[in-house]
Design a protein around this ligand. Sequence first.
Ligand code: FAD
Ligand code: FES
Length: 254
Amino acid sequence: MFKPARKTSTITLSEKYYYAEFSLLEDLSVDPKPLQFVNIWIPGIDEVPMSISQYIEGKLYVLFKVIGEGTRCLRDINGFFGIKGPLGNGLDVESYRRVLLVAGGAGIAPVSILSRKAEENGVELDVVWGVKKSSDLFNVKIIAPGVKSVYYATEDCVIGYCGKAVDLAERIVNSSGRSYDLIIGVGPRSMLLEICRRAGKIADVLVSLEAIVKCGLGACGSCLLKPLPKLLCVDGPVFKCNEVIRHLEWCFNN
Ligand SMILES: Cc1cc2nc3c(=O)[nH]c(=O)nc-3n(C[C@H](O)[C@H](O)[C@H](O)COP(=O)(O)OP(=O)(O)OC[C@H]3O[C@@H](n4cnc5c(N)ncnc54)[C@H](O)[C@@H]3O)c2cc1C
Ligand code: FES
């Protein structure tokens, strides 16, 4: 089930964000799509779900923020890990012409594979990335050179737009006259709820959710998106707004 992989490097992108490269001893069974994820088994410690940031020729990249023991080990331990995936459903970006990714915090992780797939298919990709502290920021084009324009929002107001990613995204959509045929939200639930409420009328909107993922295979029920009968790991993590807005509102009220 888990494929053995050796961690070959960890790059420090900013104060809290890291980009790790894993060499798989055996290729993934299928070429992953943007927004699919893997479970990374850290022997003797834990399993952590991570978006596939990039996958090229047997090398898997994940971008992560250090939160607790699992992500600290991902940063600090070299050696062998187990990789299960790709898990969940991904995005067929080639069906679109102009795409805007609105990312909050670690929601920027899938940008590398998204920009590669967009470039390969002649799709224009712009990115809005919002973080709380400007010390979290790094140049997104380092890991996603195919992105056309990147707009930054910081809540400490030191760099870029002063405020939240969703407000900056709304300004860009309204002021630039650019017509996006897809807006993708990846980040905290409060941001996804706002995106669904505001953007649903102007474009297709997809949101990529997080939940507590254990088995990743639809067997344990830990990723149930209450009060809906949906499991993040097999029905998601990417959904249309109308499929999950009740879950997002439920989380907000509970
Ligand atoms: C589909 C998916 C994709 C993700 N992609 C990314 C990504 O690309 N980059 C990134 O930085 N983070 C991502 N996350 C969040 C990341 O998995 C959590 O931050 C991480 O599991 C925290 O583990 P920890 O031990 O460092 O932290 P702790 O907070 O100490 O974790 C405590 C315990 O809770 C568990 N836990 C906490 N959050 C989660 C979670 N979401 N799912 C399962 N178990 C959890 C941990 O396994 C651990 O047992 C993703 C989560 C999901 C569900
Ligand atoms: S993680 Fe077990 S059912 Fe989704």
